[in-house]
Design a protein around this ligand. Structure first.
Ligand code: MLT
Length: 403
């Protein structure tokens, strides 16, 4: 998944602190040196100057993952995280040459400043050097081609993999509060086909398509097995992964989800929603579902969460929502699968979920051999966003026990 541009640097004693470690500040300098080296070996260190601009660093953050000592060689890869009008984000990763372990990751946001000190459009020549073909706002995520579809993925960290699968009508960003706390794990959070910033295919699709997309994504990331953490519809996809690709699932986390298929009433409700999206467009979905997705306490006391969930619900287009509704309507029941699940499983559920009763989740957990069950107080259907600290802690403890 990495771009081909890499620079190798030796760590000198004066890169390190008084204790002989490469600390955060040292890493920041080395990431900068790697960028200059890359320019020096390519178009020249005066690339920006020749375009009449200066790349001012607006923000830089380093995720420190492993100790590095003087004398070690590091290889720095670089990718574009975001390409905007007057700014761009570079994502760098430093690996130890000796064992290929990731030592640190760095995200740097640049603003291109013109001669008069104001932000100006990023010159095309700079985009060409970094291999940017299309400009698309993706925030912290990157676009990957997965089975022919441009797919938005938040990919962070290094270590055993956790694949996060979002619910409906949400997107990969719902996992950010939890993913941020799971250092030591490679966190992979894609937007499912048709949702968020992932392309919508022409024809309709099923749970099987979602599951196969995720396996193709794991292949691209060279991940053999991942802990699959699915919220609600993401849980339905996780069951499909277990059915179709059991060897790829190391463990299962089912958040605010259920095993039963839609009953006749549920299918009729989905058909009604599909017809209404076709007739009126997708705007009503957010307003209608929001009060049921979130716990009353969240609605009353957490305006930021309400705003985030609402804006997440309005990024999808009608075709993507219809694709997901059809896939959910036609999904198989996972009830027969439950007693046969052999991987470690955690079932987490918000105490105030209005869409899937907590009692149903408890019964599901009881049917999965040795499953753990946790209730998150004061959370509705979107526990990872409503109560990220508690939900994150429960998930982290489960993951740590797997190591
Ligand atoms: C979800 O949160 O993914 C959906 O509410 C699940 C569903 O509609 O069955």
């Amino acid at each position: 998944m990495e771009s081909g541009t890499a620079v190798e640097l030796l760590v000198y004693p004066d890169d390190c602190d008084a204790y002989g470690h490469l600390n955060q500040a040292g890493f920041l300098r080395l990431f900068e040196r790697a960028r200059w080296e890359l320019l020096a070996r390519g178009p020249g260190v005066d690339l920006f100057e020749r375009q009449g601009v200066w790349p001012a660093v607006r923000k830089a953050s380093v995720e420190f993952l492993r100790q590095v000592y003087p004398g070690e060689h590091l290889r720095f890869d670089i990718e574009v995280g975001h390409w905007g009008e007057t700014s761009f984000t570079l994502l760098q990763r430093a690996r130890k040459l000796a064992n290929d372990e990731v030592a640190a990751e760095c995200e740097t946001v640049f603003v291109t400043i013109g001669g008069d000190g104001r932000p100006v459009r990023v010159p095309a020549a700079i985009g060409q050097f970094f291999g940017v073909r299309a400009s698309r706002r993706t925030g912290a995520s990157r676009q990957y081609a997965v089975r022919g579809l441009s797919t938005a993925v938040d990919l962070t960290g290094d270590g055993p993999a956790v694949l996060f699968v979002h619910g409906f009508p949400l997107d990969r960003t719902m996992w950010r509060p939890i993913a941020a706390t799971l250092t030591g794990w490679q966190r992979i959070a894609p937007d499912l086909r048709g949702m968020g910033l992932t392309e919508v295919p022409e024809a309709g699709y099923t749970m099987a398509n979602y599951a196969d997309d995720l396996v193709a994504l794991l292949d691209q990331a060279h991940v053999e097995r991942a802990v699959v953490c699915g919220m609600s519809m993401g849980g339905y996809v996780a069951f499909e992964l277990l059915r179709r690709h059991p060897g790829r699932v190391q463990a299962l986390v089912l958040v605010n989800s259920r095993a039963a298929a839609d009953d006749a009433e549920g299918r009729t409700r989905r058909d009604g929603m599909i017809a209404r999206i076709r007739r009126d467009g997708p705007r009503f979905v957010a307003e209608e579902m929001l009060p049921r997705l979130l716990a009353p306490t969240t609605l009353q006391t957490m305006p930021d969460v309400v705003r985030q969930v609402r804006s997440m619900m309005t990024v999808h287009n009608g075709a993507g929502l219809i694709g997901a509704l059809e896939a959910m309507r036609d999904r198989e029941s996972a009830l027969p699968l439950l007693p046969e699940i052999t991987v470690p499983t955690l079932v987490v559920h918000g105490s105030d979920d209005q869409l899937i009763p907590v009692a149903e989740a408890r019964v599901m957990a009881e049917q999965i051999p040795h499953a753990h069950f946790a209730i998150i107080p004061s959370a509705g259907h979107v526990a990872p966003m409503e109560q990220p600290v508690n939900t994150g802690r429960v998930i982290r403890e489960f993951l740590e026990a797997l190591l």
